[in-house]
Design a protein around this ligand. Structure first.
Ligand SMILES: [Zn+2]
Length: 586
């Protein structure tokens, strides 16, 4: 049951490499595992009666329990599909069947509130998320009720959705218009997943309705979106996943070109150093607006939803092209976007906006409980399992350097690879190979775009394989039980200007990690004297490999430090962008 339905007879665009599809990958103790564990505790304990209460109330059924708050005050339509999707994926990734049982009970409980005429109490925005949840329940949890309900829900949508399909612009940033279908261009992706999973043409035909040809057309010519206007950032980034699935469905190389150019457009003109994008939830014209955004707003990037769109686009492109470079964005977001987010709290308080203000930012929860980002946060925790490794006949691909274990079937035997590392706090990762008999295959390791002087050794012996940043390094040999491969990625300090118009407005990174300055100890942001360079201005602490002391010429009452953005707790002020050559205003 491949995630992207590669083996589907209905797919025309083929994958070069495949995901593990939430199967065979286990997280070992580390930051990712801790985040996932916390999410499992929180999301598995939301009472079903609370999730169903609003739907039951509206349909006149008994409705015990407490309402959820915020976006879910009337009912949970805005997140129901995301909750189901996360439970289906997480259940498969962790083997926790209680999540599948909970999802099935929720699905059946919700379906009892649907009247006989199939009228859903959902907007298209909510319905699109429901489709994702139903496809996932079918694919990953084997929930028998999922497909009949999906067919019923799609028939209702096909009868009732407004098909105006307004093009987004400065004044209507998600193409909603009066009464029309908001964010309609995100609809094809999951309908196409349903088509590939079932061969039922109703999904393909309804998906075709919502293709965003007007918006994508400039990308097909490789001209990027030269006319960028401040449209809604997350949903437009998410539209590119619809383009990617259009490639999977049609095999039309034009959709693949659109998806690749969209990735490059986002990297070159929209993303901050954290991998987040969308100040005030908008794309920025590439005229210095992104740099100026750091003087404005407090919400620079919608982190969970933005990461969700980024994970999917990157994963589609890695699969379709087999190229390593698309994994770089995933890594950036794993440490600096979703990996630096606050966890969702049991009462629904959710981290939403990354705050990168020049005047200092901080992490805090969104003003409403249970927003969109509470749904994508849960889905992302499951998706951590599906971005670390990829596979192809005769090759295992290592995209992320995370404590984890993967079991892969090769040549009739089960190969287990255990990855041990404290990366990015160490610059090495070691892969231990466990298998019954000797077997020849390739281990392929992503060399990040920032990496210089990377090296690979096997059982202590340095390997003379080509190592190029942004590509896979391949060790193809006969592996034996107990073999160990070590990848070393030496890290250096570097600066990342926010855009071309602001060459001195920079974030500072060490390897893949964005460093932030603790603002609470001292109200003076880091700056560089005109002749200084980073390595002389920042000194690595001996007892903490990712904490750097700012070398001060003037005596300071307190020492000043830069440390990973992901280490900052809620409400602790920091700087992530600095005007390096400007004297501070105060
Ligand atoms: Zn969101």
């Amino acid at each position: 049951m491949p995630d992207l339905n590669w083996s589907s007879p209905y797919a025309r665009g083929k994958a070069v490499i495949e995901t593990f599809d939430y199967d065979g990958v286990t997280l070992l103790p580390g930051r990712m595992q801790a985040q996932v564990q916390r999410a499992r505790e929180v999301y598995s304990s939301i009472p079903n009666d609370s999730i169903l209460k609003g739907f039951r109330r509206a349909s006149g059924l008994p409705h015990p329990g407490e309402d959820l708050r915020g976006w879910s005050k009337i009912n949970t339509a805005k997140v129901l599909g995301q909750l189901l999707s996360g439970m289906a994926r997480m259940g498969r990734a962790t083997g926790d069947r209680s999540l599948w049982d909970k999802a099935e009970a929720l699905l059946l409980g919700w379906h009892e509130t649907v009247p006989p005429d199939g009228q859903l109490r959902m907007r298209p925005y909510d319905w699109e998320k429901l489709v994702c949840g139903l496809v996932d329940l079918h694919l990953y949890a084997g929930t028998a009720a999922a497909l009949p309900i999906l067919a019923q829900a799609t028939d209702w949508a096909a009868r009732t959705f407004d098909r105006t399909r307004r093009h987004s612009d400065n004044f209507d940033f998600w193409g909603a218009g009066p009464g029309a279908t908001q964010e309609w261009y995100t609809l094809p992706e999951n309908l196409y997943r349903a088509w590939l999973a079932t061969g039922d043409r109703r999904y393909k035909e309804f998906g075709d309705v919502w293709l965003y040809e007007d918006y994508w057309r400039p990308l097909a010519g490789g001209s990027e979106l030269s006319h960028v206007v401040p449209v809604h950032a997350y949903s437009h980034a998410n539209s590119f996943s619809s383009a990617a699935m259009a490639y999977a469905v049609t095999g039309d190389a034009r959709y693949l070109e659109i998806s690749i150019n969209a990735y490059d457009f986002l990297q070159r003109t929209q993303c901050y150093a954290t991998g987040g994008y969308g100040p005030d939830e908008r794309f920025m014209p590439p005229d210095g607006s992104l740099g100026r955004s750091l003087e404005l707003y407090a919400g620079h990037a919608e982190i969970p939803c933005g990461t969700w769109a980024g994970f999917k686009l990157s994963r589609y492109l890695m699969a379709f092209t087999g190229e390593a470079r698309f994994g770089d964005w995933i890594e950036t977001m794993v440490y600096n976007a979703i990996g630096a987010a606050l966890p969702t709290e049991p009462d629904g308080r959710t981290y939403y906006y990354g705050d990168y203000r020049l005047s200092s930012g901080l992490k805090q929860h969104y003003w409403h409980e249970w927003p969109c980002c509470s749904g994508t946060y849960w889905q992302l925790m499951a998706d951590y399992h599906n971005v670390i490794y990829f596979k192809a006949p005769g090759a295992l691909y290592v995209n992320l350097f995370v404590p984890s274990e993967v079991t892969w079937s090769h040549d009739g035997q089960s190969v287990r690879v255990r990855q041990e590392t404290t990366y990015p706090e160490a610059d090495t990762t070691t892969l231990h190979v466990e298998l019954e008999g000797p077997a020849r295959f390739a281990l392929r390791l992503r060399i990040p775009g920032w990496a210089r002087r990377a090296s690979v050794s096997v059982n202590g012996a340095l390997q003379t394989v080509p190592i190029v940043a942004g590509q896979w390094a391949t060790v193809d040999r006969e592996w034996r039980a107990g073999d160990a491969l070590t990848l070393r990625l030496p890290m250096e300090l570097r600066m990342s200007p926010v855009d071309a118009q602001h060459p001195d407005r920079v974030a500072i990174l060490f390897g893949p990690t964005v460093l932030a300055q603790d603002e609470a100890c001292c109200r003076r942001p880091f700056a560089l004297a005109s002749t200084a360079d980073l390595s002389s201005a920042l000194v690595r602490e001996e007892n903490d490999p990712v904490r750097f002391r700012i070398v001060d010429t003037a005596p300071e009452r307190h020492r000043r430090f830069l440390q990973p953005l992901y280490t900052f707790p809620a409400f602790w002020p920091y700087w992530v962008y600095f005007d390096l050559r400007e004297p501070p205003l105060y």
